[in-house]
Design a protein around this ligand. Structure first.
Ligand SMILES: *[C@@H]1O[C@H](CO)[C@@H](O)[C@H](O)[C@H]1NC(C)=O
Ligand SMILES: *[C@@H]1O[C@H](CO)[C@@H](O)[C@H](O)[C@H]1NC(C)=O
Length: 277
């Protein structure tokens, strides 16, 4: 009975012992431990105290685990329904889907070149300018600005009329417009010319592109996609490059959003991109 003897020798043991009893605040337990009981009798009753303590720990663990689960569930639901900063009008149009990225960067070791491996159903968004590519971008961006009612505009705290209309767009359209502007500036030439300088401020073009790079940078950092991308080495000896293998991502469903956006635009009106884009 090493434990018992240690307890009885310890000067503060009795005080400690009663504190534990009181802390349980269980009437029945307290009444079982009158002040002047000998230590041996008290020892016999350690078991129920520890049962109570264990039970309390279990209840506390269960409560904190439930709280943790409910916070997690709320976050998951917020992701499904949308964030509090989402435009209320559009929130809920894009459910979460899982999607594997395409347009993988590949090497051709025979020719010592690189190329893009597209998905079988991917529209062509990049390459030398062509009507097909312009059409693909048009399908993303058509009717970029929604015409909204005065009531909808007031909710956005915006009171400016644009040529007699209230206009707004969700940020995704702005970012896509920006990416397209960067693409066009890469292929600047007979097909994509600068706008008539008389129509726009002097330093418009370069500043617009710089703004667009910043827009997309923030968009990417904001989304903070944590999908893991395993890296492998490809290319010929002496021309080695690091390549990532495409993965399944959790995305908002672009197709269902775009469908809603088109219908909404047809119903209440929209206008295409600003002349400077
Ligand atoms: C790789 O390059 C060779 C030589 O130019 C070509 O014949 C072959 O089709 C290319 N392979 C792929 C997958 O593009
Ligand atoms: C411009 O677009 C046309 C098709 O509309 C294409 O045939 C031509 O190659 C393009 N020109 C340049 C310089 O990219």
């Amino acid at each position: 009975m090493a434990f018992n003897s240690t307890l009885s020798k310890k000067p503060g043991a009795s005080v400690f012992y009663h504190q534990v009893t009181e802390a349980t605040s269980t009437e029945q337990l307290v009444s079982e431990y009158p002040e002047e009981k000998p230590v041996t009798t008290r020892y016999k009753n350690w078991l129920p105290i520890w049962v109570t303590v264990v039970l309390l720990i279990l209840v506390a663990s269960f409560a904190s685990y439930s709280l943790h689960l409910s916070i997690k569930l709320n976050h998951a639901l917020e992701e499904q329904r949308g964030y509090s900063t989402d435009w209320e009008l559009v929130r809920g149009t894009a459910k979460l889907v899982q999607k594997k990225y395409t347009a993988t960067f590949r090497t051709n070791d025979t020719a010592d070149t690189v190329y893009i491996e597209y998905g079988p159903n991917d529209p062509k968004y990049v390459g030398e300018p062509s009507p097909e590519i312009d059409e693909a971008w048009h399908n993303l961006l058509k009717g970029q600005y929604l015409i909204i009612s005065e009531e909808e505009a007031m909710k956005l705290n915006r009171h400016d009329l644009v040529e007699g209309l209230y206009l707004a767009e969700p940020e995704v359209m702005h970012s896509l417009h920006c990416l397209n502007a960067i693409r066009k500036s890469l292929y600047y030439g007979p097909n994509y010319t600068h706008h008539n300088p008389d129509e726009l401020p002097k330093n418009y073009h370069k500043t617009h592109i710089d703004h667009c790079i910043e827009q997309i940078r923030q968009n990417i950092q904001c989304a903070l996609d944590l999908t893991p991308i395993p890296i492998f080495v490809a290319g010929r000896e002496g021309h080695r490059i690091y390549v990532g293998e495409p993965q399944v991502h959790t995305c908002r469903d672009w197709d269902s959003f775009r469908e809603w956006y088109t219908v909404r635009g047809e119903k209440f009106g929209n206008i295409g991109s600003f002349k400077g884009s």
